[in-house]
Design a protein around this ligand. Structure first.
Ligand code: SAH
Ligand code: SF4
Ligand code: F3S
Length: 476
């Protein structure tokens, strides 16, 4: 078994090295295909946030390059890879559940290779559990060495033993990995990795390491390439995009980066997430207002409404300063919509604290909110705080929160009825082939009747009905 490793500098030849491993495995797979007439299949599952989804696009890009073909049917797979999340406990339970199932699967199909990677693997307790109870897993790696998949696969083939390769931290960023995109016309682009904020409930900084920004040159080059490839909408990803560029040798602000990206021909829409309220600058508001390609939607997670809870969450803003920021944003861009993340039941949350959260929801009027029940994460400061809120109380608050939130969402969407908006047609509806779904500039989810040929195009539609969580429209 290879062992847990600390930081290791990677030079630019790292990509070349991995390309060689990919080539080697590709040859083996080609031989297999010649012999059997079959191609090896992989099943890839990304859990958690868009970062993980985008990382999985890179993993899939590498698997493609190695001659594997993707399958959505897990029971057909020769290679299974789960890119895991550990932000809440239920995400971890899901992985263990699936691993239990895979144990049986592998009994019937012993050549299946099982790989686990992502945030959950960065925790020692998880590695210990895997080593003790889930010995049928073949390859385990983390968030810092994703690009090493080909090398780890080769090591596994040669050693016949489980390969563990987890790094604690990593400075360098390996550029230009092969990647496949799940949609031809929209793409995610990492602008930074890691997080320095250490919100007291959150495990992300521990499993994703310190903040590292990519250079504007690398980002622009990638986006230009995407535009040349037909991509119209980009989603810029970072745990806190508002602190982008601060640690670069030549610091660049996020607002400046947005202005540069706004100039790229072919790109028609720019989205980003996530903005930390403490760092939302006037310069960013100006850039959003000035640049017509930047969508008028802002995901600005509040987490809680009570300033005391926010202080204990280590969020570095108060209810009042958050509401002031929202006002500034709305004043600059009256048409903008805001969305948020909310945690219910943070340790010590009283009924009064909870009422403050409801008050913020009412005052801001979110168009979408991702609501979470607080989940204790071992190793975070909040896990050892006193007065953990009981499950019953949390459940009751959670239900009441939705009862306040949903009518507000409905009311906000009602204002869109009758309006003509541009929708980027993304795919056909799951229930009806004749219906297309897509998003308006302000991120509203819109369904309308239309031909598949429209997928990937910006289509003008008139909103005719409000279904609370989505809108129905007709082409104009
Ligand atoms: N960097 C982003 C979000 C990352 S995690 C930000 O700061 O907004 C996504 C969301 O998961 C968080 O916004 C938070 O609402 C939620 N979350 C994080 N840790 C959690 C925990 N321990 N329990 C419940 N929800 C949590
Ligand atoms: Fe977690 Fe806070 Fe960092 Fe977001 S900003 S990833 S919530 S620590
Ligand atoms: Fe994302 Fe989950 Fe990791 S939310 S950063 S995949 S812990």
């Amino acid at each position: 078994m290879s062992d847990t490793r600390k930081e290791m500098a990677v030079d630019t030849s790292e990509l070349t090295r991995q390309l060689e491993y990919m080539h080697h495995i590709r040859q083996l797979n080609d031989e297999y295909t010649m012999k059997t007439g079959n191609k090896k299949k992989y099943y890839s599952l990304a859990m958690g946030c868009q970062m993980n989804a985008h990382d999985s696009e890179k993993l899939e890009g590498m698997l493609d390059e190695m001659g594997y073909v993707k399958t959505d049917v897990e029971t057909e797979a020769d290679f299974v890879i789960y890119n895991t999340c550990c932000v809440r406990e239920n995400a971890e339970q899901k992985v263990y559940g699936k691993l239990g199932w895979l144990k049986h699967y592998k009994k019937d199909k012993p050549d299946t290779v099982i790989a686990l990677c992502g945030c959950m693997m960065q925790q020692d307790t998880v590695l210990k559990t895997l080593r003790e109870k889930y010995r049928h897993v073949d390859i385990v790696f983390g968030t810092f060495n994703l690009y090493k998949l080909p090398e780890l696969m080769k090591t596994r083939m040669e050693s016949g033993e489980t390969v563990y390769d987890i790094w604690q931290e990593h400075e360098e960023i390996v550029e230009d990995l092969p990647s496949i995109r799940h949609f031809p016309y929209k793409a995610s682009v990492n602008i930074m990795f890691g997080c320095n904020n250490f919100c007291s409930y959150c495990i992300v900084p521990y499993v994703r390491g310190r903040e590292r920004s990519r250079t504007p040159e690398d980002i622009l080059a990638e986006v230009k390439k995407l535009a040349a490839d037909g991509v119209k909408e980009i989603m810029l990803l970072g745990q806190n995009v508002n602190s982008y560029g601060k640690s670069l040798d030549e610091p660049v602000s996020f607002a400046k980066l947005l202005r540069l990206l706004n100039e790229i021909e072919g790109i028609e829409r720019i989205r980003f997430m996530t903005s930390h309220p403490k760092d939302l600058s006037d310069e960013l508001i100006e850039a959003m207002k000035d640049c017509h390609k930047i969508c008028k939607h802002l995901h600005l997670p509040v987490q809680a409404g009570s300033s005391e809870i926010l202080r204990r969450m280590n969020r570095h803003y108060t209810k009042e300063s958050y509401l002031e920021t929202v006002e500034k944003v709305k004043e600059a861009m009256p048409e903008i919509t805001l969305s948020t993340d909310i945690i219910v039941g943070f340790p010590g949350e009283t009924e009064e604290d909870f009422q403050e959260t409801l008050d913020v929801i009412r005052k801001v009027g979110y168009s979408t909110a991702y609501t979470f029940i607080y989940s204790k994460r071992t190793g975070t400061p909040a896990a050892t705080m006193e007065n953990q809120v009981s499950e019953d109380v949390i459940k009751d608050r959670f239900d009441r929160l939705l009862n306040v939130l949903n009518p507000i969402i409905h009311e906000l969407n009602e204002k869109m009825v009758g309006k003509v908006v541009m929708v980027l047609a993304e795919e056909t509806s799951k229930n009806n082939e004749a219906v297309l779904t897509g998003r308006a500039d302000n991120n509203a989810l819109v369904h309308f009747e239309g031909n598949k040929d429209l997928i990937g195009q910006l289509v003008p539609v008139r909103i005719i009905e409000n279904k609370t969580f989505y809108l129905i429209a007709e082409r104009v």
